[in-house]
Design a protein around this ligand. Structure first.
Ligand SMILES: C[S@@+](CC[C@H](N)C(=O)[O-])C[C@H]1O[C@@H](n2cnc3c(N)ncnc32)[C@H](O)[C@@H]1O
Length: 235
């Protein structure tokens, strides 16, 4: 698809994400992810992730919401984050082996690592995050948890204020339209619609695949094939 000019005029701070994913970047990311991938699960698609997370270089306070195998945090800690960075890992699932492995690795490297277990929208999780931050704000927050419309709007409302001015809020699966074509209980709007609504007030930029130009969010024309892709909100 060709984009109208105004849809691709990304700000200077995001120009680093426009260059295509390099083979070296991808290889380095996949090497770490392979160590952490859960048994029986496919390797994650990292072509777009690698481009978007160029903005994580040197981040001193990083929050990831929805962490599962912890491989994304391990990759960022090894490749991008500042030494001794504060890392807040939020998930309501229990992935004991991955949690242990990451905690061991990060402790050995001197990171200030915190696992917060619970619903990321809940009061106890909010209180725990605020307590760890103790007045600080994050350089980067990655939202990769639930993919419904309502959840995404709420997650944005709660976590955007925790990003510093000049920092970034990232959402994964940012084009997922939901199941509007389905009948009954399954018919619902997805994260993609929430990103479109949020973009009306908070400009977002989509990172799609290894080399698509950064562009503003657009409604999708089909129901399939929209997992992956990231939305980046410069704050
Ligand atoms: C797609 S996985 C995360 C993948 C990981 N960020 C990565 O890059 O590989 C989604 C995770 O979000 C968690 N999750 C979903 N809804 C949540 C919620 N409301 N609060 C906390 N965690 C949630 C799930 O337990 C799951 O581990």
């Amino acid at each position: 698809m060709k984009f109208p000019t105004a849809f691709t005029e990304a700000p200077q701070c995001l120009q680093c994400c426009n260059a295509a994913t390099t083979a070296a970047e991808l290889k380095a990311a996949l090497a770490v992810r392979r160590e952490y991938v859960l048994p029986g699960m496919p390797m994650p698609y990292m072509e777009d992730v690698v481009r978007a997370f160029r903005v994580a270089q040197g981040a001193a306070v990083y929050i990831e919401i929805g962490t599962q195998d912890r491989g994304n945090i391990a990759w960022l800690a090894r490749e991008k984050l500042a030494r001794n960075a504060t890392i807040i890992d939020i998930d309501y699932g229990v992935y004991s082996d991955s949690e242990r492995r990451l905690a061991t690795e990060l402790k050995a490297q001197g990171f200030d690592y915190h696992l917060v277990r619970g619903d990321c929208l809940s009061d106890p999780v909010q209180e725990a995050v605020h307590s760890i931050l103790n007045g600080r704000v994050a350089d980067l927050i990655f939202c990769d948890s639930h993919y419904t419309y309502e959840h995404t709007i709420s997650e944005f409302a709660l976590y955007r204020p925790l990003v510093r001015s000049g920092g970034y809020l990232l959402f994964h699966d940012a084009q997922w339209p939901g199941r509007m074509d389905a009948k009954g209980e399954e018919a619902k709007k997805g994260k993609g619609y929430a990103i479109l609504e949020l973009d009306r007030f908070y400009p977002a930029w989509m990172v799609v695949g290894p080399d698509t130009p950064l562009h503003r969010p657009l409604p999708t024309s089909s129901w399939e094939g929209h997992w992956g892709t990231l939305a980046v909100f410069p704050c």
